[in-house]
Design a binder for this molecule. Structure first.
Ligand SMILES: Cc1cn([C@H]2C[C@H](O)[C@@H](COP(=O)(O)OP(=O)(O)OP(=O)(O)O)O2)c(=O)[nH]c1=O
Length: 190
């Protein structure tokens, strides 16, 4: 029976994949995450998702291997994870009162077959006061998350509305991934 491998060290992606209720293996990908600055957000997340999946697929040639990448796009800028408190503060100030887009790319590799897609979800933030931003920075949540917030945690209090797949914002568009796996012939799904 082919195995399922999640090429990710993100605890959120692990939790989301558990929704499929089938066993899987975790592999921490060791992929170079540098990309050409002129690429669009959808190109960036697609390329990086595929790189992570292919990196792990070398170790698991008989498995379905999933790689994923998430970035936040706002006013022509692509935001990854903030390097420090100051950069997280700048990201949150920039997102305050505005709508940004969260892009998550997913790539599934099984032998020679590769399927890659991305989801775009628009998220609108409330106007944030300086006090609210400092309070949120104190939570420690921003630092391992694209755009400097996590919608699934206290960061949910910053969000006014969302248009698109919630799970894609958290890091893995699980409904679409499930359909892609099924389409590629993964046997253990419904
Ligand atoms: C916007 C947003 C991002 N994120 C997270 C999802 C991703 O884990 C992270 C973006 O970083 P990624 O580089 O996509 O992923 P990662 O380094 O955490 O894990 P790996 O490369 O090993 O798969 O931001 C949230 O958890 N909630 C949110 O609301």
């Amino acid at each position: 029976m082919p195995n399922l491998v999640l090429a990710s060290s993100s605890p959120r992606r692990k939790e989301l994949l558990e929704k499929l209720s089938i066993p899987f293996t975790i592999y921490s990908p060791n992929a170079d995450e540098s990309v050409d600055k002129n690429l669009t957000p959808s190109e960036i997340v697609s390329i990086l998702a595929q790189r992570k999946a292919k990196n792990a697929a070398d170790q698991y040639p008989d498995s379905y291997v999933i790689g994923s990448d998430t970035v936040v796009a706002h006013k022509e800028k692509v935001l990854g994870k903030p390097a420090d408190r100051e950069s997280a503060r700048k990201m949150l100030l920039g997102l305050s009162g505005c709508t940004h887009s969260v892009y998550t790319g997913v790539s599934v590799v099984y032998g020679e077959s590769v399927r890659t897609f991305y989801e775009k979800t628009d998220v609108t933030f409330w106007e944030l006061s300086n006090e609210e931003i400092e309070w949120y920075l104190d939570s420690g949540e921003p630092f391992d998350k694209a755009g400097g917030y996590g919608i699934q945690g206290q960061g949910g209090l910053l969000v006014k509305s969302i248009h698109g797949d919630y799970y894609s914002v958290v890091g893995l568009p699980i409904g679409r991934l499930c359909r892609v796996l099924k389409h590629m012939g993964f046997p253990q799904l419904y």
